[in-house]
Design a protein around this ligand. Structure first.
Ligand code: NAP
Ligand code: MG
Length: 498
C-alpha cells in the first residue's frame, strides 16, 4: 500500500513573543533568582529557547512570604464571588492566548501541536472555568461546616503536561481561598511563566500566585518550608515518597499524584476498530509521557493476532516529527534523560525475552525521538510489564477469562487507571468493580474532565484532583461533611459504542 505524502504544515511561531530571559514570579512581579540560571531548550531541535532563573532557598522564602502576606491581607478575606471573578478572567485570558500557549507548550515540551492546541490548552481553560464556578458555593454543597482555606499551598509539577498540571493545581487552590507557590519542572518552565503574565493581566492581587523555577532542590526547599500549609505534588513515585517523608509529622496536608502502569483490557467482543484507536490513544498520546497511559495491553487470547496485526498497520500510519507540524502524531521525547530511560527499559524487555516491533519512521537528525514500539510475548514478571517506561512503548499480555484479566491488571504496585473494551455493559460494571485503579475508562481512554475526580491507589499516590474532591483537598471544615462525604475511590467513564 502506498500513501500520499503529506506536505509540511507547520504552525507559525510568529504569535509567540518569548523573552530571552525569565525571572522568578514573586509578589506579582518578575525578579532575578539567586541561583545559577539555566536554559530551556526545544527537545525537537535542541535549540535554546530562553534562559530561566533558578530559585534558591532565599527565593523560596521570599515566595512563601509573599503568598502568606497575600493570604492574610487579601485573598482569604475576599468573598468567594470575587475570587470566582478573577478565576473566570484567567480562564478567558487562557482562551484569548490559547494559540500562543499551544505553540509555547509544543516548543518547550515536544508534544504535537494538535495535542497542545486541542487537548492541553482547552482543558486548562476548562479547569479554571469549572473551579471559578465553585468559589461562591463552598458553603452550600455539603463540603462540611464552614469550609475554610488551608493557607499557603506549595505545588510541584512534572514536565509531561506542564500547563495542564499547573491548572489542576492552581485553579482549585485559588477557588478555595488559598494562595500558591508553584514550581514547574526544570525542562518545561516556559508556559508557567507565560501563565504568570496572564496572572498580571488578570490583575490578581500580588502574591496570590507565585511561580518559582529551578530543579529538584528548589522543589524540596518549597515543600519542606515551615510556613506552608498544603503540599500538592505530581511526579514520580520515588520523589513522592521523599516528599511524604518530609511532610510526615508536620501539620501540612498532602496530596500525591504519582506514576502508573495501567492495563488496557480488550475482550473478544470489543468493537475492534474503536479498541485499536483506544489502544493507540492510550499509549501513544503525548509520546506515552502520561501517568495514566494504557502501557499494558491485556488482550483476550482468541483475538490477539488480529489485534496486533491491525495495531501494527495503524501504527505504520502515524507521523513522527516536528511537534509544530499540524499533521504530527508523535512528537519529541521531552529530554535526553527520558530518552535514555526508554531505551534502557526497552533493551531490558528484549533481553528478558519479549519480542520487539518498531514502526518504520524516519527519525530527525537532531532532538530526542523514539519510534512507536510494541512488545509481544510479555509476561507479568518482565520489567517492561511492571515498571513505568513513560514513553511510546506498549507491552502486550494475553488472558483467557475475565478473572485472569482482572488478576493480571491488578498485578502491579500502581493503581492509577485502567481501560475496558467490551460490548457488554454488565461486563464493564463487573470488571470495573474489581479493578484496583482510581480511574476506569470503558470503551474510551485518556478522557479528562474537570468535574471528574482523578487519582490513584497504592504507589500511584493519594488524594483526588478534579471535581468536588479536588476542591475539598484545599479546604478544612469545622465539622465533617454530612452528605456524600466519602472520598472518591474510583471514577468510571464510559465512551459511546457505535
Ligand atoms: P519527578 O522527577 O518526580 O519530578 C516532578 C517534579 O518534582 C519536578 O518539578 C521536579 O523538578 C521536582 N522534584 C524533583 N525532586 C524533588 C524533590 N526531592 N522534592 C521536591 N520536588 C522535586 O518526575 P518527572 O520525571 O518530572 O515526571 C514523570 C513522573 O511523573 C512519572 O512517574 C509520571 O507517572 C508522574 N506523573 C504523574 C501524574 C499523575 O497525575 N499521577 C501526572 C504526570 C506525571 P525537576 O524538573 O527539576 O527535576
Ligand atoms: Mg524545554
Amino acid at each position: 500500500m502506498s500513501f500520499l505524502e503529506y506536505a509540511p504544515a507547520p504552525e507559525s511561531q510568529a504569535i509567540l513573543n518569548l523573552r530571552s530571559e525569565y525571572g522568578l514570579f514573586i509578589d506579582g512581579e518578575f525578579r532575578e533568582g539567586h541561583g545559577t540560571p539555566f536554559a530551556s531548550i526545544s527537545p525537537a531541535t535542541e535549540k535554546h529557547l530562553a534562559t530561566i532563573a533558578h530559585a534558591d532557598a532565599a527565593d523560596v522564602d521570599a515566595a512563601v512570604a509573599a503568598a502568606r502576606r497575600a493570604y492574610d491581607r487579601t485573598w482569604s478575606r475576599m468573598s468567594g464571588a470575587d475570587r470566582g471573578k478573577y478565576l473566570f478572567r484567567i480562564a478567558r485570558l487562557v482562551q484569548e492566548r490559547s494559540r500562543e500557549l499551544a505553540v509555547a507548550e509544543s516548543l518547550d515540551n515536544g508534544k504535537p501541536i494538535k495535542e497542545s492546541r486541542d487537548v492541553d490548552v482547552p482543558l486548562v481553560a476548562a479547569w479554571f472555568f469549572y473551579y471559578a464556578g465553585w468559589a461562591d458555593k463552598l458553603d452550600h454543597v455539603g463540603l462540611g461546616a464552614s469550609p475554610a482555606p488551608l493557607g499557603v499551598a506549595a505545588q510541584v509539577i512534572p514536565w509531561n503536561f506542564p500547563l495542564l498540571m499547573l491548572a489542576w493545581k492552581i485553579a482549585p487552590a485559588l477557588a478555595a481561598g488559598n494562595t500558591v507557590v508553584l514550581k514547574p519542572a526544570e525542562t518545561t518552565s516556559l508556559t508557567a511563566l507565560l501563565f504568570a503574565e496572564i496572572v498580571q493581566q488578570a490583575d490578581l492581587p500580588p502574591g496570590v500566585v507565585n511561580i518559582i523555577t529551578g530543579a529538584g532542590e528548589t522543589g524540596a526547599a518549597l515543600v519542606g518550608h515551615g510556613d506552608v500549609d498544603k503540599v500538592a505534588f505530581t511526579g514520580s513515585t520515588s520523589v513522592g515518597r521523599a516528599i511524604a517523608r518530609s511532610v510526615a509529622g508536620t501539620n501540612k496536608k498532602l496530596t500525591l499524584e504519582l506514576g502508573g502502569k495501567a492495563a488496557n483490557i480488550v475482550f473478544d467482543d470489543a468493537p475492534i476498530d474503536q479498541a485499536i484507536e483506544g489502544i493507540v490513544n492510550g499509549i501513544f498520546f503525548n509520546q506515552g509521557h502520561v501517568c495514566c497511559a494504557g502501557s499494558r495491553l491485556l488482550v483476550q487470547e482468541s483475538i490477539h493476532d488480529e489485534v496486533i496485526d491491525r495495531l501494527k498497520t495503524r501504527l505504520s500510519t502515524l507521523r513522527l516529527g516536528d511537534p509544530l507540524d499540524k499533521n504530527t502524531d508523535i512528537g519529541a521525547i521531552n529530554s535526553a534523560e527520558q530518552l535514555e530511560r526508554i531505551r534502557e527499559l526497552s533493551d531490558v524487555g528484549e533481553a528478558e525475552g519479549a519480542e520487539r516491533w518498531t514502526a518504520a519512521c524516519t527519525i530527525p537528525e537532531n532532538g530526542f525521538w523514539y519510534a512507536p514500539t510494541i512488545f509481544t510475548n510479555v509476561s507479568t514478571s518482565h520489567r517492561i510489564a511492571r515498571e513505568e517506561i513513560f514513553g511510546p512503548v506498549l507491552s502486550v499480555l494475553t488472558f483467557r477469562t475475565p478473572a485472569e484479566a482482572i488478576a493480571k491488571a491488578n498485578n502491579t504496585p500502581y493503581g492509577l487507571s485502567a481501560g475496558i473494551w467490551t460490548d457488554k455493559g454488565s461486563r464493564i460494571l463487573a470488571v470495573a468493580d474489581k479493578l484496583r485503579a482510581g480511574v476506569v475508562w470503558a470503551n474510551t481512554f485518556n478522557r479528562f474532565d474537570p468535574s471528574s475526580p482523578f487519582g490513584g491507589y497504592k504507589e500511584s499516590g493519594y488524594g483526588r484532583e478534579g471535581g468536588r474532591h479536588g476542591i475539598a483537598a484545599y479546604l478544612k471544615t469545622a465539622a465533617p461533611a454530612l452528605v456524600a462525604a466519602a472520598p472518591a475511590r474510583k471514577t468510571v467513564t464510559k465512551g459511546a459504542t457505535k
